[in-house]
Design a protein around this ligand. Structure first.
Ligand code: UDP
Ligand code: MG
Length: 321
């Protein structure tokens, strides 16, 4: 097999504190892979600036001037991690044979790339990076993150446990993936849908080298909710189930009330009546809310707006980097 061109795709949002530290680490790994003849000399590190408000883009353009291994794409505004990553992957799919996506904060073990590329050479088109331990995460982060994967799987969104977006994907898979046109994207749940031979490599997750996390609990919950409602209709099924169950209970209750009425025991139970009304109101509003979520998604999908807009590149779009 010819040595493949690798593009390492790295979304960056307000990462001026960490980029100057991690960029050379990525280059080091790229050079190592080149010297081991695992990848071609045309391989690159592609930073995607997700509308940062700090000096991130300046740092990326400087890097691209220093070394031609660094290239950069700039989004016209902040679109969030998933869209920024998608943009990088879509840019890279025509330039590379394989891509590895990774965060720019050095939390994921950069050295695991060697194993990923080796797995590609054995015929795997997708290689998932899976966190073997989370010792450096706080108990709270570990608990919420692991509950996140359990919740996703129990709700029918199939994801690889403890795999975030550190993964090798071949351009062949990405070309097929580009036919997935939805705007509500959750890459780690969608890539497995494409299929092809896949495997996992395990690594230890470190602490962030510098800067702050952009994924507080609030955003993680939003991501989990997005993942579930984008990938599965199980919540609607659960609501239907609850609806049937509650209706059945109400039916039994009506029979009970009628029996009491005909036996002359019609003592008005204010507490039970009002609690039932409250309960049903609650269930209905919740159900409407969840159904509304799906309708909202349909609304967004029908508009088919672009998922990202590139404003600048450090390379010429039509030529090879
Ligand atoms: N990120 C991005 N756009 C955003 C938020 C984050 O491109 O709106 C990038 C960020 O620069 C980093 C990656 O997504 O490379 C993961 O973010 P972070 O490390 O803050 O999340 P955590 O690892 O704490 O879950
Ligand atoms: Mg991080």
């Amino acid at each position: 097999m010819q040595t493949p061109v690798l593009y390492i795709v790295i979304p960056c949002y307000n990462e001026e504190a960490v980029l100057p530290i991690t960029a050379p680490l990525f280059l080091e790994e790229l050079t190592l892979l080149k010297t081991e003849k695992l990848i071609s000399d045309d391989s690159r590190i592609m930073f995607v600036n997700d509308g940062s408000k700090d000096k991130t883009w300046e740092i990326i353009t400087d890097l691209s001037k220093q070394d031609k291994s660094y290239v950069g794409v700039c989004l016209s505004r902040n679109r969030g991690h998933q869209n920024a990553l998608l943009c990088g992957l879509m840019e890279a799919k025509d330039l590379a044979d394989i891509t590895i996506s990774i965060d720019c904060d050095g939390q994921d073990d950069i050295k695991a790339m060697t194993e990923m590329v080796k797995e590609y050479h054995t015929g795997c088109e997708v290689v998932y990076g899976v966190r073997s331990k989370r010792d450096t995460d706080t108990f709270f982060k570990r608990f919420t993150a692991e509950s996140f994967y359990r919740l996703l799987n129990s709700m029918g969104a199939e994801v690889v446990f403890n795999h975030a977006d550190y993964r090798l994907v071949s351009s062949r898979v990405l070309k097929e993936f580009s036919n997935f046109k939805e705007v509500n994207i959750f890459l780690r749940g969608m890539i497995p849908m494409v299929g092809f031979k896949s495997t996992s490599v395990y690594y230890e997750r470190h602490e962030r080298i510098a800067g702050e996390s952009h994924y507080p609990l609030r955003k993680m919950l939003a991501l989990a909710f997005d993942g579930i409602t984008s990938l599965s209709i199980k919540p609607i099924r659960i609501i239907t189930g609850i609806g049937i169950f509650v209706s059945l209970l109400s039916f039994i209750f009506i029979i009970y009330t009628l029996i009491r009425y005909f036996t002359g025991n019609t003592v008005e139970g204010w507490a039970s009546t009002s609690s039932i009304i409250c309960f049903l109101c609650g269930v209905q509003i919740l159900s409407l809310g969840i159904i509304g979520e799906y309708i909202g998604k349909i609304y967004l999908e029908t508009k088919g707006r672009p998922r990202f807009i590139v404003s600048e590149r450090t390379y010429d779009e039509d030529s090879d980097c």
